[in-house]
Structures are given as structure tokens and as C-alpha cells.
Design a protein around this ligand. Structure first.
Ligand code: TYC
Length: 101
């Protein structure tokens, strides 16, 4: 009786996959969202330490935009959705964007 199991052949002749694209999640400034709320988001959603969260919040406040974190697309989209959901629930107009970096 022949052995019907197929040998798994390593695909050594194939090129390695390119690294996955990376996406930055950016916060945008507005005149209404409280600073404390933005710092809380940066700590809770992006896991930044408190001092860095405050620095990012102030950068957004002064320069209009700031990078919160860099992720693969699905994770960046999830963070974006979490920010928008938390902001809307709290009644703030905070906006964030996802951009390939
Ligand atoms: N500019 C806001 C204020 O003065 C604070 C703020 C910071 C809002 C960062 C949004 O992404 C933001 N209350």
C-alpha cells in the first residue's frame, strides 16, 4: 500500500514577503475637547505613559496634529474607531486620522 501523505515542500525559491505596511494614528486639534480627556485617551487607547501622553496632547494643541502610535492597518483602524467612539460618547468633537507612514 502506498503512503498517500504529501510531503510539505519548503518554498525556498520564493521571495520573502514584503514587510506589512505601517499606519500612523494621528490626533487633530480642536478648540473644545478638554485636555484631560485627550490625555486619558492617549493613556487608555494608545498605552502611552502619562508624561508622554501629556507631551503628545500639548504637541497637538500647539501644532494642530500629533502622532499617537504606528500599527498595522487593522489595529490602526481599531484604535481610530475606539477614539471616535469614546469622544462621541463623551460629546467631544475630537478627530483622528489613519495615514500610511
Ligand atoms: N485644544 C484643546 C483645548 O484647548 C485640547 C486638545 C488637544 C484638543 C488635543 C484636541 O487632539 C486634541 N481644550
Amino acid at each position: 500500500m502506498s503512503d498517500t501523505k504529501q510531503a510539505v515542500k519548503p518554498q525556498l525559491d520564493q521571495q520573502p514577503l514584503p514587510p506589512p505596511k505601517q499606519y500612523g494614528v494621528f490626533l487633530l486639534n480642536d478648540d473644545y475637547t478638554p485636555m484631560d480627556f485627550v490625555v486619558m485617551l492617549l493613556v487608555d487607547v494608545f498605552r502611552l505613559p502619562e508624561n508622554l501622553a501629556e507631551a503628545v496632547m500639548l504637541q497637538v494643541h500647539h501644532e494642530g496634529k500629533g502622532l499617537c502610535g504606528v500599527y498595522q492597518k487593522d489595529i490602526a483602524d481599531t484604535k481610530h474607531q475606539q477614539v471616535q467612539n469614546l469622544a462621541r460618547q463623551a460629546g467631544h468633537p475630537l478627530l483622528c486620522t489613519v495615514e500610511e507612514v
